[in-house]
Ligand binder design. Structure first.
Ligand code: EPU
Length: 337
């Protein structure tokens, strides 16, 4: 059965913890729930805002439409052989709980993605990634409800069009992801190249668990806990630059932090750009730029989404003025229309 709530206070629906209201939130556990809501509720012919755990969405005002919250639960094994295991997880499963479950079974493939806030359903949309791993590497497929066709559709990895924080699903909001299948490995190939991981691990034996624990320690040392301080993780994406742009940047700023591909193109660390413009640790009213990481905008308590968004725009303008590069938000901006 779907669960409908009207005139909802969204403060607890987003990890920024900013005040906003939604006309209506519908929580669903199954495709049948979506179908029932669409038959039973007049407004459901409109496109909803699909909201998981709200860890990547900033509400800049009230949301006048309806919000669909996929709460599909459950983790189960779909298939296995000597080397791999195919694991199905419901869209409403907490992502970190899935990582912990995988590590408890000694399977590998998502241990570097520990402690990423949010639910399983959002993971393929964003192609979540951290510390040298990204979802694309383990994604085997998903099942979604297509609101336009009014039926369940399935995708495999060849259709996902994954890139840096993007996917086919990100451009298709009519797809309500219900279940995601991951292909995890029974053999362990540790990925510990990311700066800082090896140092934390020291001479500990390498297992999925020790790597997960090192990632948790690294994240905790840099990023705020959203339960204590409102935020949405990285607020901006790291800008992707061509070879010439990177060379120009490095000629002016030899110390710029860049990640280069073999062809010379790559990304520049947005945190470095923001820090260059003097924003790290700057507090403005009830919001600010986290003093531990310049890419994270935080709500110190009592900030509105508009205030955080204004701060974000001022940061974008100052990075444009000083470094001639354009930052794009990584978080989704919603409401206020
Ligand atoms: N840096 C600064 N100033 C800072 C922080 C970092 O100059 O205040 C520089 C440092 O040189 C550092 C480099 O930026 O080495 C990279 O920082 P970090 O390792 O924290 O990674 P990031 O590129 O800032 C990305 C993801 C994170 C992910 C980490 C680790 C994006 C937008 N963010 O951040 O993802 O956890 O790599 O892999 O790609 C998220 O998406 O919400 C998120 C937190």
């Amino acid at each position: 059965m779907y669960k409908l709530t009207t005139n909802v206070d969204l403060t607890a629906y987003s990890t920024f913890g900013v005040p906003a209201r939604a006309a209506c939130v519908v929580a669903v556990n199954t495709a049948e729930d979506i179908e029932a809501a669409r038959v039973g509720e007049r407004f459901t012919d409109q496109q909803p805002l699909i909201l998981g755990a709200g860890s990547n969405t900033l509400f800049v005002g009230d949301y006048t439409g309806w919000i669909l919250h996929p709460a599909v639960s459950g983790i189960s094994i779909v298939e296995e052989n000597d080397d791999f295991i195919w694991l199905d997880a419901g869209a409403g499963v907490n992502w970190h709980n899935l990582v912990e479950y995988s590590v408890s079974q000694d399977w590998s493939g998502i241990e570097n993605l520990a402690l990423i806030p949010g639910n399983v359903g959002a993971a393929p949309v964003q192609n979540i990634g951290a510390y040298g791993m990204e979802l694309a590497q383990v994604f085997a497929g998903l099942k979604a409800f297509d609101l336009r066709q009014n039926r369940i559709v399935e995708f495999d990895s060849s259709q996902a069009e994954f890139g840096y924080r993007r996917s086919y699903f990100k451009n298709h909001p009519e797809l309500v992801i219900l279940n995601v299948v991951l292909k995890l490995s029974k053999k362990f190939f540790p990925k510990i190249q990311y700066r800082g991981l090896k140092e934390i691990l020291g001479d500990r034996e390498l297992t999925p668990r020790t790597v997960m624990e090192a990632v948790i320690a690294l994240r905790r040392s840099k990023l705020p806990d959203t339960a204590e301080l409102g935020s949405g993780g990285s607020f901006f994406k790291n800008p992707i630059l061509g070879k010439t742009e990177i060379e120009q940047l490095l000629s002016e700023y030899p110390q710029a932090v860049v990640y280069r591909n073999t062809d010379g193109s790559g990304k520049v660390a947005a945190a470095w750009l923001i820090e260059q413009c003097g924003w790290k640790g700057v507090r403005r009213g009830n919001c600010g730029v986290y003093d531990g990481h310049a890419l994270v905008l935080v709500n110190y308590g009592g900030a509105t989404g508009r205030q955080i968004w204004q701060l974000a725009q001022d940061i974008i303008h100052s990075v444009e003025d000083k470094l001639a590069l354009t930052l794009e938000p990584e978080v989704r901006i919603a409401g206020g229309d």
